[in-house]
Design a protein around this ligand. Structure first.
Ligand SMILES: Nc1ncnc2c1ncn2[C@@H]1O[C@H](COP(=O)(O)OP(=O)(O)OP(=O)(O)O)[C@@H](O)[C@H]1O
Ligand SMILES: [Mg+2]
Length: 245
């Protein structure tokens, strides 16, 4: 079943503030991502990238602000909002008792995909990401890079409109990195909205259309890639706005 979208803004974040105890992780964050954008979200370790993603996907609470996904409020309309997103998290969190194929089919079930379609799609994704021979093993029998592939397959299983990837290429070999780049470019070409965090400037510069940089929980630069870069490299802009050396 396709949902009706009531907005061309894929993600809209307004005045978002989040504390972990006394630590302020997000300080009045506001930005929008348009449908079909390829957004790179950059920032030093601890800047607030994963926290922002956790709020968008409803994994984290927050103290003030509003977040919507295609017009659905991520708190009030949680199920509708969450169904539109595929999340490839920074850390592995797989059910240890399921084979990797079962794990994908179960995940699809959470989002209302019927079993037959889910089984087919799971096999297609496992094939595409070079995991088909591991179809009937549990995730602990996969290498680190293979687990990363599985995270991406799981994010894609319900054919989401928005794909959020938290450092998908960290720890990947070259072949996998290029496979991910190609796949993301293809998905974006098909109209999917992509939200990517990365510490690799080359990756952001090559793939994305829009760049956002966060530092100490505050957005310090955001805009069209060409505007953000002008006559500078992304690394130079990053160092300038984050004050890191
Ligand atoms: N569950 C938590 N409990 C307490 N503090 C947290 C928690 N998760 C994150 N933080 C803190 O919030 C801040 C932002 O962390 P976050 O994980 O969002 O950073 P990040 O930008 O994703 O960094 P990285 O590039 O290292 O992944 C950090 O100071 C971090 O220590
Ligand atoms: Mg993170």
């Amino acid at each position: 079943m396709r949902l009706m979208y009531n907005s061309d803004k894929a993600i809209s974040i307004n005045n978002l503030t989040k504390y972990y105890g006394k630590l302020q992780a997000l300080d009045n964050v506001s930005f929008e991502i348009k449908r079909g954008d390829f957004f790179a979200f950059l920032g030093p370790n601890g800047a607030g990238k994963t926290t922002t993603i956790n709020v968008i996907t409803g994994l984290s609470n927050y103290q003030s602000g509003e977040v919507t996904v295609f017009g659905y409020n991520t708190t009030k309309d949680y199920l509708q909002a969450r169904r539109l997103i595929g999340l490839c998290a920074q850390e592995f969190n797989f059910d240890p008792f399921l084979t990797i194929h079962q794990l994908l089919v179960y995940q699809a079930g959470y989002f209302g995909v019927l079993p037959h379609a889910a089984e087919r799609r799971a096999d297609q994704l496992l094939e595409r990401f070079g995991l088909i021979e591991k179809r009937n093993v549990k995730h602990r029998a996969l290498s680190g890079g293979m687990k990363k592939r599985l995270l991406i397959c799981r994010a894609l299983i319900h054919d989401p409109e928005i794909l959020i990837l938290d450092e998908p290429t960290a720890g990947c070999d070259l072949e996998l990195k290029y496979l991910i780049w190609d796949y993301l470019t293809q998905l974006n070409g098909e109209g999917k909205t992509i939200f990517l965090t990365t510490h690799y400037m080359e990756e952001a510069e090559k793939l994305c259309k829009t760049i956002g940089i966060i530092n100490h929980g505050r957005i310090v630069r955001i805009g069209d890639k060409k505007e953000v870069l002008r006559d500078k490299t992304l690394e130079a802009v990053f160092l300038e706005v984050t004050g890191t050396e």
